[in-house]
Design a protein around this ligand. Sequence first.
Ligand code: ATP
Length: 284
Amino acid sequence: SEYQEPQDARRTDVTYDDLGGLGDTINQLREMVELPLRYPELFQRLGVDPPRGVLLHGPPGTGKTRLARAVANESDAQFFLINGPEIMGSAYGESEKRLREIFEAATKAAPSIVFIDEIDSIAPKRGQVTGEAEKRIVAQLLTLMDGLEPRTNLVVIAATNRPDAIDEALRRPGRFDREIVIGVPDESGRREILAIHTRGMPLGEDVDLGELARTTFGFVGADMAALTREAAIEAVRRIMPKLNLEEGTIPPEVLAELRVTRDDFLNALKRVQPSAMREVMVQA
Ligand code: ATP
């Protein structure tokens, strides 16, 4: 059976505007991925092969997946997702088969981006500790990448938070020979991320996104998203007593007045910990 992805999985409406604090990264990715996907004739004219594989590395929750979706969308390319741990879980021989099927479908649908999330789980360093399954899957992935025709308009983007843990063979020329490092956002990055996640949210006049950005040191994008969600839940809790739940509907004037306030954010801050800190605490 040919690999089938849910219809909407290949389409994505994420844009560069949905990513905060990643201006430089977006520029690098546009040059490495969007340009060759959009204008393959530039590279053909110059007689050079466009980049085939790009490795994104950075801590969890910094937007790697969102970034890959955005670059696919903005390049008018089809998006194919391979989840490392998930594909590893398949029965003997199934993982390689699925990889082959995905590459085949992506080649047919080109221009395409194949995104491999958590590549370290598929392709860890091949050593004594590595099992037979991993060895076969790494070998299959390398064969597939090496076997792509130079004119196939397909870029493989892989994400990892442990770049040292992946098989060196993957880093050779023609494979994942480009690298983009994504860091933990700074204050202005956090401000941008907050603005994105509160875009559709009615905010109280006392909410100061600059203040929130200053007080969220160590938060990554996923933490900022969690904070915003938690603040919204605080706002809901606050208005619950005003609701007559027996009626089954919420009066329009109550909805119209509903705002997420500074206090909602401050209460949310007590519940949401930055993931970087969690790691530090676990290690300690
Ligand atoms: P993981 O390594 O855990 O898969 P990731 O780096 O791929 O994480 P995403 O899955 O892209 O991160 O991000 C998780 C969620 O966090 C996103 O859906 C988004 O809501 C939010 N997020 C992360 N980074 C950003 C960012 N730079 N701008 C806006 N939102 C972000």
